[in-house]
Design a protein around this ligand. Structure first.
Ligand code: GCO
Ligand code: MG
Length: 408
């Protein structure tokens, strides 16, 4: 099971993706996702220039050993670029192992713990009528849980709100193709005044049953987040995500003391160490990491087992910047673990799905990774070659009042 080739594929079928293709001496191919939105080429180089040459000749079956070799062996540990690169190798090796075993990956991980994975989609609208339209579209598409984001009076384009209308999809795609980031404007007080009324209107129209989620996208101080969490309690949120900037776990202590709204955090994290305080002190309810950004299946399984001891569940990151390969990895893992919570699912564009041939399915609000041996996703390299890399960046945020840079 020796690795004989390791290649990076960068392609932009609507948005950029970085993938890793490993092949063994028997011609078995494994795929990994290394996409890091807005910093794609850094991970491509990390793989191409530093990791791939060390993989040739290694035993593809020695997954834990390879993970430790890349993590400890690099000396410079952690960080989004390093951990996305390690994740790509790890996921490609699990794909290969499952193909050798002739099993869908979830079987190797212990088998299915449920019929499928409850998924949530991104409903959004500048104002309530557009938001209701978007929720209706999601319910028609089979979603049984939705994230709610709206515009804020007085502000222009804000995080989470799709440019609706004109037949465009309602899913929110924040990265813009340009040589430098666009800028958005922000006002936390206006946001805090507006959001509770939105949830009141949504509960009023759709009733108490529909699970509703919301993403604060790192913008609040602890005391602002505490106030928002408390003001949303009557609307029974499934979770409030990233209420404060994620790198300060102590902030969550203050939020937790003031509200019983469930909290989700961690999409920007990349190792279990980022979660040590948050999990051991039960400061969050859902782990938001993606397999793609947290060192792969090997690391995510350990992280989620640690979380399980504290009754904390998975809520794996699933925006469109996680490629179909990364999504499939999340689905296999989510199907197998006991402490699955919910899976974010934004749906990839038709162009993306011509490059990545997926076997997973979405039925009756539940995702299933399918039963093809391995991950169940293959890349069409010819199709990929028709979509060359395009520079694209996430926006930068500034305070409306005076232009100070704020968290986006
Ligand atoms: C989410 C996220 C995304 C991120 C995006 C950045 O909850 O899905 O917050 O919308 O902003 O993945 O690349
Ligand atoms: Mg988020």
């Amino acid at each position: 099971m020796k690795i004989t080739s390791a290649e990076v594929v960068v392609t932009c079928p609507g948005r950029n993706f970085v993938s890793l293709r490993l092949e063994t001496e028997d011609g078995v191919v494994g795929w990994g996702d290394a996409t890091l939105n807005g910093r794609e080429l850094a991970v491509a180089s990390y793989l191409r220039d530093h990791l791939n040459p060390t993989l040739i000749g290694r035993d593809a079956g020695a997954i834990e050993d390879t993970w430790q070799y890349l993590y400890r062996g690099g000396y410079w540990r952690r960080g989004p670029v390093t951990m996305a690169a390690i994740a790509a190798v790890d996921v490609a090796l699990w794909d290969i192992k499952a193909k050798y075993a002739e099993m869908p990956l979830y079987q190797l991980l212990g088998g299915a713990s449920r019929r499928g994975l409850l998924a949530y989609g991104h409903a959004s609208g500048g104002e309530l009528p557009a938001l209701f339209d978007s929720i209706d579209q999601h319910l028609d598409a089979g979603y049984r849980a939705v994230r709610i984001q709206t515009g804020v009076p007085g502000l222009g384009q804000v995080y989470g709100v799709a440019a609706a209308g004109g037949g465009q999809r309602y899913d929110y795609e924040p990265a813009r193709a340009a040589a430098r980031p666009t800028e958005e404007h922000w006002d936390t007080r206006a946001y805090l005044r507006h959001v509770p009324g939105v949830f009141e209107a949504v509960r009023g129209k759709y009733g108490p049953d529909l699970p509703l989620l919301h993403d604060g996208h790192h913008r609040m101080t602890p005391v602002e987040a505490a106030r928002l969490g408390r003001s949303l309690e009557p609307y029974d949120l499934f979770w409030l995500e990233d209420c404060t900037p994620a790198e300060d776990p102590a902030a969550l202590r203050l939020v937790r003391q003031h509200t019983t709204t469930p909290l989700a955090l961690g999409e920007t994290f990349n190792t279990v160490w980022d979660y040590q305080t948050l999990i051991s002190e039960r400061l969050i309810d859902y782990v938001r990491s993606a397999v793609t950004h947290t060192g792969g299946i090997t690391a995510m399984r350990k992280l989620l087992d640690f979380a399980a001891m504290y009754q904390i569940k998975s809520g794996m990151h699933g925006p469109t910047d996680v490629s179909p390969i990364g999504m499939a990895a999340a689905l296999h893992l989510g199907l197998a673990i006991h402490n699955f919570g919910i899976q974010e699912y934004m749906r990839h564009s038709p162009d993306t799905l011509t490059v990545f041939r997926t076997g997973y399915r979405f039925e009756d609000g539940l995702l299933h990774p399918g039963d093809t041996p391995g991950l169940g996703v293959e890349m069409d390299l010819e199709a990929a070659a028709a979509f060359p890399y395009q520079a694209a960046y996430l926006p930068v945020n500034r305070l409306a009042v005076d232009g100070t840079v704020h968290d986006w």
